[in-house]
Design a binder for this molecule. Sequence first.
Ligand code: SAM
Length: 291
Amino acid sequence: MRIIQSYQNEHPTLYIVATPIGNLADITLRAIEVLKHVDMVFAEDTRVSGKLLKHYDIDTNLNSVHAHNENQRATLLKDYFSEHKNIALISDAGTPRISDPGEILVKTAIDVGYKVIPIPGATALITALMASEITTHPFLFYGFLPPKKNAREKTLETLKMVPYTLIFYEAPHRITPMIQSLKTVFDNRRVTIAREMTKRYETFMHFELNETVDLGDLKGEMVCIVEGFKSSEWLDQSDLIGHVEILIADGMQEMDAIKTVAQSRKMKKNDVYMAYKKHKKHFDTNINEEV
Ligand code: SAM
């Protein structure tokens, strides 16, 4: 076990700094201070981050870190450690490591003895949850689904029974096929699409998958929040007798359970009653024969 106290040792620091997801004002005072005083800022795209730094009069040197050079930058980080340099990592937008690079750098930093200090701030998934009508508790953040339909729907199948709110990131040109895949796999659930948050065209779309919604050529960045699996969905799909028995086991009177099952399946109460009695008679006869 390694215990690293953030403010009680003299080792250099790798700061993981959240930056705005659109509105430049959504940066913390602490983030500005850190970005001003570190020896180097590792940024995904130095042109994008250059604008943010310029806006806040920060002239710290920038160096790029992205999916294709993170290993190289991890080696550089080891050199910086021996030179006792403090480094900050930022993404183009939001929180590093949330569907963005940083995993290898953080692991390397911990291995070589850096303190790793998070500077919290904006992240699209939490910002979207804040304005969604879908429950925030508990939730599962998935990130980007596979772009190809088959792989995407296979992945969604693995998430179908997850009883938590699901959060996805999606590129604008894939939002319509993605919603189509959600319909195919999940049937009907509530969805919120949070688009261009904190920017001029910020829009939240709340709908059910079985509604006819024309997302047209929606542009901009988007988060998609999907209602989690409800146990009633399972009950609706499970066998009729099992459904009645589960409700009875949960404490319902037999006739109330039959009525509830009939209502939820849009069946006649008498049909459910007859099926259940027939099953019971068969079950009781078998038990008696065994005894
Ligand atoms: N690290 C970022 C974070 O903390 O949210 C996410 C980076 S990921 C590469 C980019 C995705 O985040 C976009 O495709 C979109 O799904 C989501 N996103 C980022 N900014 C957004 C915004 N302003 N409005 C809606 N979604 C956004």
